[in-house]
Design a protein around this ligand. Structure first.
Ligand SMILES: Cc1ncc(COP(=O)(O)O)c(C=O)c1O
Length: 394
């Protein structure tokens, strides 16, 4: 058993077609394509040459498989999963169904992703509600615990909803979903979570965390193609109004000869929120293969794998005075850091490009994001380039 586990935790670069010469430390930007997903996409494209090969069951089977596979990742029923095209679409589907009374407010954290911020801002404007933005105390070196406590303390009887990323997209800081969800439940606030940067690599349990809606594009840690997303909608939304009226979301859609016998009933639970043309004949088979693989990885421990891999980098940077959040708020697969004074950000950016290292550089900070396609060579190379940059400045 031990040997099998050990075997599984080795890097799995062979599952990808990544160029051998590059060091890709930017899965938070976009995941590389799995070979299995690429093959499914090519097969689907070839099938599209001849539409007669697309049967009525192809309109439903693959999407149903995808709903099952995602349900396993986030602990919900397949019928509670909707196929969406983007995070912003998912937020709108949820927010359009939330109302509030006079004097209520919504809560978001500072510097959350723009799709999140603008969605909740519009909801506040439409509903004449205040928007409370909970800021991190940037004068502190570590602010995970204080920020989380501030979020929990700010939720009260006047809170209509909280919209929050599961981890911060810029630095990987973990939000305490369990306690935030519990506080929302206790005051009757709706809890919408953006799972983009953690679902697939950190535990997600929509029931345990009292989440009302969980929104996830698939092109990062779910290894799906761009332009497909998945959402969980809990019981509050099961009788809501979807953004659009797709014929595919009616209970009689399977009966092709009878669809103009207009069926007033939507598919149960989250089925009404599926985006129009749900089956997406090219992308859906790709997503299905990706989710099969992500489900396999759930038995592995991606966090431990990542933690092992980044150990030398963390200790190298700590020696240069960089501080990291303690483990309760630190994500091993995605973390940001302020560069030490002696490392010039502009020069580092140039050196990273020269050395084929891909990661996100924003101002004086960098964001490193890794998965099982990364090896210790990638990390060693990054350390070397930081060291080189440091020396070339002094
Ligand atoms: C936290 C987070 N949410 C959402 C998105 C993508 O949003 P959308 O699907 O609306 O383009 C990103 C992309 O980087 C993200 O980091």
């Amino acid at each position: 058993m031990y040997d099998i586990l050990k075997e599984m935790m080795k890097n799995q670069k062979q599952l990808f077609n990544l160029n051998e010469d590059i060091h890709y430390l930017n899965c938070a930007y976009k995941a590389p394509l799995l070979k299995s997903s690429e093959n499914a996409g090519i097969k689907a494209l070839i099938r599209d040459r001849n539409p007669a090969d697309i049967t009525p069951s192809d309109f439903f089977n693959e999407t149903e498989d995808v709903r099952v596979l995602f349900g396993k990742i986030v602990n919900c029923l397949p019928s509670e999963v909707a196929i969406i095209p983007s995070a912003s679409y998912g937020f709108s589907s949820a927010l359009n169904n939330i109302t509030c009374t006079r004097g209520q407010h919504a809560i978001v954290v500072d510097n959350d992703f723009p799709s999140d911020y603008f969605s909740i801002k519009r909801w506040c404007d439409t509903n004449m509600a205040d928007l409370k933005i909970i800021k991190a105390n940037n004068s502190l070196e570590l602010n995970g615990e204080i920020w989380n406590n501030d979020i929990i303390d700010s939720i009260n009887e006047k809170t209509a909803l909280v919209l929050l990323s599961s981890i911060h997209w810029m630095n990987g800081l973990k939000f305490d979903l369990e306690n935030i969800g519990e506080k929302c439940r206790s005051v009757g606030a709706k809890f919408i979570v953006d799972g983009t940067q953690s679902v697939g690599v950190l535990p997600m349990d929509v029931k345990k965390f009292n989440i009302d809606a969980l929104i996830c594009p698939t092109y990062k840690w779910l290894f799906g193609p761009y332009s497909l997303g998945l959402a969980y909608f809990g019981s509050y939304f099961h009788h809501g109004k979807p953004i659009e009226e797709s014929w595919l979301n009616r209970t009689n859609a399977l009966d092709f000869n009878n669809v103009s016998n207009y069926d007033p009933k939507y598919k149960p639970y989250a089925g009404r929120y599926n985006v129009g043309e749900t089956p997406n004949f090219i992308l859906m088979p790709m997503l299905k293969q990706a989710l099969i693989q992500v489900n396999k990885w759930l038995d592995n421990d991606i966090q431990s794998y990542s933690k092992e891999l980044i150990k030398p980098l963390i200790s190298y940077l700590q020696d240069l005075g960089v501080k990291f959040e303690n483990s309760a708020y630190f994500s091993n697969h995605l973390f940001g850091l302020k560069l030490p004074e002696e490392v010039n950000a502009k020069l580092l950016k140039e050196n990273l490009i020269k050395n084929n290292i891909y990661l996100s550089v924003r101002g004086k900070s960098i964001r490193v994001s890794i998965h099982v396609f990364n090896t210790s060579e990638d990390i060693e190379k990054l350390i070397k380039v930081i060291e080189l940059t440091k020396k070339s400045r002094s």
